[in-house]
Design a protein around this ligand. Structure first.
Ligand code: ATP
Length: 339
C-alpha cells in the first residue's frame, strides 16, 4: 500500500501563472421552507462570502468538514446551483448570470468528477455509450467519429479498448472512477471540479487514481479544484490549499505553507491527523476543539470558529476576521490571532 506521505511532492506553480477562475465574495444560500405554503423561513448559508482565485494549470485543494460548503462552491462555479451574491469570473469574464445559451460552450470547458463512481454512472449503460453521450449532445463528435474518440479516451485512462462494450456495473470502483474521468475528458475541458474523487475508493486504489489525475493534468494542461474532507489526498495532489469552515475560507496558501506553517487554529485541527513536517510544530500541543459545528442556517457572530476555538478571546465573538494576506506570498488566514 502506498502512503500519501511517501509519494513525491508536487512543486508549486510560479506566482506568475495566470488566473483561470476567480470567485469574488461568492454566496450561495439555500432557502429553508416551512408550512403548507412553503414560505421561506430562513437560509442555509452554504457558501457565505468566498473570494479566491484558481490559476491556470494548478490544483487548488479545498478542504473542510462535511457540510462546510465545498461541494456547493464546485456546483455553483459550474452553474448547477445559482449563486445568491458575488461573482464568478472565468478567464476574466463575469459568468455569474450568463443565460443558458451563453453558458453552453463553457459547459464543455468546465467539467466535474463525482465522489461516488457507483451512483454517477448508469450501471446499465455500455461504457462506449457513456462516453459518446456528451460528445454527441454537444456536437463534438458524430456517430462516425465518436467510436475512435471512445478508444482515445479509454487509452487515456488506462481501460482496455476491448472493454468498451461492457456495462458500467461490470467494473470495480477504481475502474468506474476511471470511466467517470474519461467521461469528464470527453469534451476536452480546461477546468475540472474533482468532488472527493477518491474518498469512496479503497486506499490502495486511491493513489492510482490520483496519479492518473496528475498525469492527465500534465498532458492536457488541466486546472483542478480538488475537494476533500481531509488533507491526505490534498497533500499529494495540490499546488495550493484553501481550508473552509462553515461557508467561509479560513486559510489559503501553498501546499507547503499550509503543512509547514499553518496560521489558523482550525487548519491545525485538520493537521492533527497528519504528520507535520516542521519539527518546531511537531513539538507543539495538538489542538482539541469542543462541541459540534454550528448550523450554517444560524452561524455564530464574529469569527465563525470562535465557539470551538481553544484560543478564543472577546474580540473573536464580535468582530469578523478578514482573510488578510501577510506580505505578497498570498498565505492568508482569517484569524485575529493567527498562529
Ligand atoms: N440542495 C440543497 N438544499 C438545501 N441545503 C443544502 C443543499 N445542498 C447542500 N445543502 C446544505 O448546505 C450546506 C453545505 O453543503 P455542501 O454539500 O456544500 O457541503 P460539503 O462541505 O461539500 O459537505 P460534504 O463533504 O458532506 O459533501 C450543508 O449544510 C448542506 O446540508
Amino acid at each position: 500500500m502506498i502512503e500519501f506521505d511517501e509519494l513525491p511532492i508536487k512543486a508549486p506553480l510560479p506566482e506568475t501563472a495566470s488566473t483561470l477562475l476567480q470567485l469574488d465574495n461568492l454566496k450561495t444560500y439555500y432557502p429553508i421552507r416551512k408550512g403548507l405554503l412553503a414560505r421561506t423561513k430562513g437560509y442555509v448559508k452554504a457558501v457565505d462570502g468566498v473570494s479566491l482565485d484558481i490559476r491556470e494549470g494548478e490544483t487548488l485543494g479545498l478542504v473542510g468538514e462535511s457540510g462546510c460548503g465545498k461541494s456547493t462552491i464546485g456546483r455553483t462555479i459550474l452553474r448547477l446551483e445559482e449563486s445568491t451574491g458575488g461573482a464568478i469570473r472565468y478567464r476574466g469574464e463575469n459568468i455569474t448570470s450568463y443565460p443558458i445559451a451563453k453558458m453552453r460552450p463553457l459547459r464543455t470547458e468546465m467539467q466535474m468528477i463525482f465522489q461516488d463512481p457507483f451512483s454517477s454512472l448508469n450501471p446499465w449503460m455500455r461504457v462506449k455509450d457513456i462516453l459518446k453521450e456528451p460528445m454527441l449532445a454537444h456536437g463534438k463528435a458524430t456517430n462516425a467519429t465518436a467510436e475512435a474518440e471512445v478508444d482515445r479516451l479509454l487509452d487515456a485512462v488506462g481501460i482496455p479498448r476491448s472493454y468498451k462494450d461492457r456495462f458500467a456495473h461490470e467494473f470495480s470502483g477504481g475502474q468506474r472512477q476511471r470511466i467517470g474521468i474519461a467521461r469528464a475528458l470527453s469534451l476536452n475541458p480546461k477546468f475540472i471540479v474533482c468532488d472527493e474523487p477518491v474518498s469512496a475508493l479503497d486506499v490502495s486504489i486511491q493513489a492510482q487514481v490520483l496519479n492518473l489525475l496528475k498525469e492527465l493534468q500534465k498532458e492536457l494542461g488541466l486546472t483542478y479544484l480538488f475537494i476533500a474532507h481531509g488533507l491526505g489526498a490534498v497533500k499529494y495532489i495540490s499546488t495550493r490549499i484553501a481550508v473552509m469552515y462553515l461557508g467561509k475560507v479560513v486559510e489559503i496558501g501553498t501546499r507547503d505553507e499550509i503543512f509547514r506553517s499553518p496560521k489558523h487554529p482550525y487548519t491545525r485541527v485538520l493537521l492533527n491527523a497528519y504528520p507535520v513536517p516542521n519539527p518546531h510544530l511537531r513539538g507543539r500541543e495538538k489542538i482539541v476543539v469542543q462541541g459540534d459545528v454550528p448550523s450554517p442556517a444560524n452561524p455564530p457572530s464574529g469569527c465563525r470558529f470562535h465557539t470551538r476555538c481553544p484560543f478564543v478571546q472577546e474580540r473573536c465573538r464580535v468582530e469578523e476576521p478578514m482573510l488578510a494576506a501577510e506580505g505578497s506570498g498570498g498565505h492568508a488566514a482569517a484569524c485575529h490571532f493567527a498562529l
